[in-house]
Design a protein around this ligand. Structure first.
Ligand code: ADP
Length: 512
């Protein structure tokens, strides 16, 4: 130990220039973070929800006023284009705040529920109690939105939060920390720990009351194992290999434009990007031509009008390269783009459509997280459903046809956390819809009502007035068995015959 603070150099992926430095949070501070979080929890959890929402409104105002500056930090730190920083990172966060301000009270205030006749005279209700200190670990692809939404949801529900943003985009983590500080959140309510996987791992073992993780399947599994040791509940938002299905009766021009956007937005570094394109055989050549035409109109860059930005994480390029090389070695053919040995150095990758792939190839089975799109022809509805379901992932999917019934029929057979019809990805932008994955795409859901409830203990309360001396189901049991037998048989057989039941119940009550 030198005692010198570790510093993370921040390199802008699009330019290769150093744009900052971040001090890593020393691992020895983990305990202090949790201590501060627990101290702050006492007051924050007791604060009326309306007051907690006031802090959010202030945060939102600051974000709106500083939108351009935030967009620039996101774009510089990730290499994504400014337009995408605004539409996919900042806007959904603001909209999420609005959604919570509108619905949190109703969702969190709890509710009365009916009490069954067998528990006559009692009252039942559900209460939502915050869990404590929530650890949020977030990724680099949408480093603003994917950190902010879980953090804000946990805070609204009355928890305090420790956020560990991705070390790949640390300036966004710093920006989030500053925004909360400007909004005046009380000390310890939201703390940001900077650093890499060692820092993340140290906080994971620090016994948080809940872990909300967004990232790779590999890390998700590690976190789940660590959490299991102390039975810490988790939400895991992991990867995807989303299918995009185009039937011959779709609006083909729209579908081609949509497919290109869904595959290449954020340079394909999207857990819900289209990573497999299934096209009905009768329109296959025509559709390939439309894809090619659409792609030819796009421009890489980092200026205001650029369409496609750079990759964010250099190591991701190796994964994309390896999958594409493997496919080409096994007979796949490029429809657009270049083979990896022809790629220029740097972080901008060609937009690559690959045909002649088979379903066993890595490019079809494993998450690529880059701008490569394998295209596969299909002949029937059944066949494409089977193909779409044939990976270990199940995050999102999209179905394109003018036949709405067919679209809905296919949608309900896809093993997937969400399906978008005649569009792609956008389910995540509706905060009224739950978000999360099936199979290895994750565990749990957020957004929607559930996105607040996961950060609470859902507590059942049943109350009696306390005036009666005893209850029929209490001791002594003497002579009660035959009475209960008749009572339950009659009750469940006679279709809940209320009159008969209440007579017997009164008889039993009198008995004592
Ligand atoms: P991605 O490549 O999508 O960023 P990772 O799963 O590697 O996926 O990283 C997501 C987040 O998880 C990052 O903030 C990273 O620092 C953190 N992380 C990585 N490994 C661990 C770990 N073993 N324990 C806790 N957090 C980790």
């Amino acid at each position: 130990m030198t005692g010198v603070q570790e510093k993370l150099k921040v390199i802008a992926p699009a330019t290769g220039e150093q744009i900052g430095e971040i001090e890593e949070t020393p691992i020895r501070q983990v305990e202090q973070f949790y201590h501060r979080g627990r101290m702050a929890f006492n007051d924050w959890s007791q604060l009326p929800l309306k007051k907690r929402l006031d802090y959010l409104r202030t945060l939102k105002e600051i974000m709106v006023n500083q939108m351009e500056a935030i967009a620039k930090i996101i774009a510089d730190d990730t290499g994504k284009v400014l337009t995408e920083a605004i539409i996919a990172d900042i806007m959904p966060t603001l909209d999420g705040i609005d959604h919570m301000c509108k619905h949190a009270e109703k969702v969190l205030k709890g509710k009365k529920v009916a009490t069954p006749v067998l528990l006559i005279g009692k009252k039942s209700s559900i209460e939502y109690m915050p869990r404590g200190v929530v650890l949020v670990i977030s990724p680099w692809n949408y480093p603003f939105q994917l950190a902010m939404i879980p953090v804000i949801s946990a805070l609204v529900a009355g928890n305090t939060v420790i956020l560990k943003p991705s070390e790949v985009t640390p300036l966004v983590g710093k920006c989030i920390e500053e925004l909360f500080s400007q909004a005046g959140f009380p000390e310890g309510v939201i703390q940001v720990a900077h650093g890499g996987k060692e820092v993340g791992a140290a906080f994971t073992t620090g016994k948080p009351d809940y872990i909300f993780f967004t990232g790779s399947v590999r890390t998700g599994k590690i976190i789940q194992q660590v959490a299991a040791k102390d039975l810490i509940p988790t939400t895991l938002e992991l990867g995807g290999k989303d299918p995009l299905i185009v039937f011959a009766d779709a609006h083909l021009e729209r579908a081609a434009k949509g497919a290109v956007w869904a595959a290449f937005t954020n340079s394909g570094q999207v857990c819900m990007s289209a990573e497999r394109l299934y096209v009905e055989k009768t329109i296959y050549p025509q559709f390939l031509a439309l894809l090619k035409k659409e792609i030819s109109t796009l421009r890489h860059g980092s200026d205001r009008d650029a369409d496609v930005g750079s990759m964010t994480f250099p190591a991701q390029i190796d994964i994309v390269k390896e999958q594409l090389t493997d496919a080409l070695n096994k007979g796949a053919v490029l429809e657009t783009g270049l083979s990896p040995e022809e790629w220029e150095h740097g972080m901008f990758l060609p937009l690559t459509v690959v045909k002649n792939v088979n379903h066993q190839m890595k490019i079809v089975q494993e998450e690529s997280f880059g701008p490569i799109l394998p295209v596969i022809p299909f002949e029937s509805e059944e066949e494409v459903i089977a193909l779409a379901n044939d990976t270990k992932y199940g995050l999102n999917a999209s179905v394109w046809t003018k036949d709405r019934q067919k679209a809905r029929r296919v949608a309900s057979k896809l093993v997937s956390g969400a399906v978008v019809i005649n569009d792609a990805i956008i389910s995540v932008a509706n905060h009224g819809l739950p978000f999360g994955g099936a199979k290895q795409s994750g565990i749990g859901r957020y957004h929607g009502d559930g996105g607040l409830k996961i950060f609470c203990h859902e507590k059942s309360i049943i109350e009696d007035s306390g005036r009666k001396k005893t209850e029929i189901h209490w001791y002594p049991y003497r002579d009660k068995y035959p009475l209960f037998l008749t009572l339950f048989q009659s009750y469940f057989k006679t279709n809940k015959n209320w009159i008969k039941f209440s007579k017997m119940y009164v008889k039993l009550l009198k008995k004592g």
